[in-house]
Design a protein around this ligand. Structure first.
Ligand code: NAP
Length: 248
């Protein structure tokens, strides 16, 4: 059952929409009548696709890698053919390969930059061609508090997420005159597969630095993304959703 029907024909593409934060974002938009396009390497479970379809919207689930420049373009051609428009792009696919700087392999640095930063560029470029013709659209990049603060053992990840913030501001400046907003959401620590891997001791230490004394939920990020996607006078900004861990 959808929360409202006026967005019935709108579409949102969510990279990494198969699980975690991306899955929660997909639920939020589907509940508001958006058709959902998901991109991930392993694909969504049938249960996830069924749960989204139950909102009465169309769901396309594509398997592919965001680092593949031509794949991003092919996806956009399919979106154009199937739906004619792309209203919202959420660049959410991301990975971590944590280790101390001195031990970090070149391949760990490259993989994180390629997926988190270059993947975001690939999809922004492919989507903005369609959005520029529409003279409307919203792009939301899922960065991280770590891109703002830095973190021990996450030099590659912090660099990729800080890069996303620069990319967000540049894209906002270039695309604003075409009616396209580009913003970032910077989550703090959110309960997903990514943070499940953290040792309990590290989680407890982290909680001491969060004024709201709890981890965030994927739905907290979904609310922020939906807000940015459905407003028209905020662009180039970063919305911190971190329980007060970092105050800008
Ligand atoms: P997650 O549970 O590990 O999910 C990551 C998603 O990205 C999956 O759907 C994954 O699917 C997809 N993905 C990864 N690499 C991909 C690639 N090369 N091409 C296409 N899809 C790819 O992560 P999450 O915790 O939900 O995080 C989502 C985003 O929020 C990430 O950008 C992350 O950096 C950011 N973030 C998370 C937290 C947190 O506390 N969880 C905090 C700050 C920021 P496949 O593996 O099947 O490809």
């Amino acid at each position: 059952m959808t929360e409202q029907t006026e967005n019935q024909t709108k579409t949102v593409l969510i990279t990494g929409g198969s699980r975690g934060i991306g899955a929660a974002i997909a639920h939020k938009f589907a509940a508001n009548g958006y058709h959902i396009i998901i991109v991930s390497r392993s694909g969504s479970t049938p249960e996830h696709v069924d749960a989204l379809t139950a909102y009465g919207v169309e769901v396309r689930d594509f398997k592919g890698d965001v680092t593949d420049f031509s794949f991003a373009k092919e996806i956009m051609d399919t979106v154009k053919a199937d739906f004619n428009t792309l209203d919202v792009l959420v660049n959410n696919a991301g990975i971590t390969r944590d280790t101390l700087l001195m031990r970090m392999k070149e391949s760990d640095f490259d993989a994180v930059i390629d997926i988190n930063l270059k993947g975001t560029f690939n999809f922004i470029q492919a989507a903005s061609k369609l959005m520029m013709k529409q003279r409307a659209g919203a792009i939301i990049n899922i960065a991280s508090v770590v891109g703002e603060m830095g973190n021990v053992g996450q030099a590659n990840y912090a660099a990729s997420k800080a890069g996303m913030l620069g990319l967000t501001k540049s894209a906002a400046r270039e695309l604003g005159m075409r009616g396209i907003t580009v913003n970032a959401v910077a989550p703090g620590y959110i309960e997903t597969d990514m943070t499940d891997e953290m040792p309990e001791k590290a989680k407890a230490a982290m909680l001491e630095n969060i004024p709201l004394s709890k981890l965030g939920q994927p739905s907290d990020i979904a609310e922020a993304v939906y807000f940015l996607a459905t407003q028209s006078y905020i662009t180039g900004t970063t919305l911190d959703v971190n329980g007060g861990l970092y105050m800008n």
